[in-house]
Design a protein around this ligand. Structure first.
Ligand SMILES: C[S@@+](CC[C@H](N)C(=O)[O-])C[C@H]1O[C@@H](n2cnc3c(N)ncnc32)[C@H](O)[C@@H]1O
Length: 299
């Protein structure tokens, strides 16, 4: 028996021991959480019977189970919608991250840091500007920002633009921008409905939207892409930061991300003659994308 063989055997033995130990640890964690769950469920049922009687407890329990089934059916349906890039008003995904939910979320948000709480560092912000904003938002262009929030990118866009339109679904965000840029005569503020844009056809050179499409429901993103085709001039550009890879089983992503996928975005762009110039996962949160489109000459 060689020394090398012995060493391998010892290594294998200790690996097996570790696997056994961690399997055992995982099993005991699982069974202890199952015991806690069972104990809690039993306590709840006893409280229901004591408080409302056995019929009340029975109907209450059935209701709980039906709700759990509905939630898991929704997750399955959303996963199928994501797989097939479906974005229709009747989709389950259309009921989540709606314009109404966004309005509520951002009208009650504490904007005291003007969105700089999402800035990873000054260097990060400078890089986003030099790589994605400056090359595509032309100096003295007619620009549009969708979802300016507290004006984190707006101040840079405003200095470059001949005219800068900003559209946001939140009254609070629009008011913040009006106050912050009160002295800027080249700005126009618009309260939006969350999917259409009140601007004339072929009037815009470039569109900027960072940290906004990550929160918008797919059916509204689809409408926005139709609007991009309509309002952009030929050769006009759009820089859009959006949610990307779905989680398995239709589970919700962290960071209040909508059900939008990168395949849906590519489909919407394709439907509207918007050519993908570049797409990256640099300088955005994990799982997100930043895509740059150009309106083709024949769109
Ligand atoms: C996370 S904040 C980002 C703000 C800013 N873009 C930034 O990066 O600091 C999201 C902004 O998008 C706006 N928003 C959300 N859904 C929108 C929609 N469907 N249309 C236009 N704006 C929307 C919100 O009101 C909010 O101002």
């Amino acid at each position: 028996m060689s020394a090398e063989f012995d060493a391998t055997a010892v290594f294998n033995d200790s690996m097996q021991q570790e696997i056994n130990m961690s399997t055992h640890a995982a099993q005991s964690t699982f069974s202890s959480s199952q015991t806690t769950f069972r104990r809690k469920a039993a306590n709840r049922v006893q409280a229901l019977v004591r408080g409302g009687g056995s019929m009340y407890a029975a109907v209450y329990s059935v209701r709980f189970l039906v709700n759990a089934c509905l939630k898991s059916m929704d997750r399955w349906l959303v996963a199928m919608e994501q797989k097939r890039s479906l974005a229709e008003p009747w989709c389950i995904s259309a009921q989540r991250w709606t314009a109404t939910e966004n309005k509520q979320q951002w009208n009650t948000y504490d904007w005291s840091q003007r969105g700089e709480e999402w800035t990873k560092s000054e260097q990060w912000k400078a890089e986003v500007i030099s790589r994605f904003l400056e090359p595509y938002m032309p100096q003295q262009g007619v620009l549009l920002e969708i979802g300016p929030g507290g004006g984190r990118w707006t101040e840079v866009l405003q200095r470059r633009a001949k005219t800068l339109y900003v559209v946001d679904v939140s009254e609070k965000a629009i008011q913040l921008c009006k106050d912050r840029f009160a002295d800027c005569s080249n700005m126009v503020f618009k309260l939006g409905n969350g999917s259409t844009i009140d601007l004339t056809d072929a009037s815009i050179d470039a569109v900027w939207s960072y940290d906004v499409f990550v929160h918008i429901t797919p059916v509204d993103v689809r409408t926005y892409f139709r609007e991009l085709r309509r309002i952009l001039k030929r050769g006009g550009r759009a820089v859009i930061h959006h949610a990307g890879a779905p989680l398995a089983g239709g589970r919700e992503r962290a960071g209040w991300r909508s059900d939008l996928t990168v395949q849906m975005v590519l489909r919407f762009a394709n439907e509207n003659g918007l050519r993908l110039l570049d797409q990256t996962q640099d300088l955005v949160n994990a799982g997100d994308y930043l895509s740059i489109f150009e309106k083709s000459e024949d769109a």
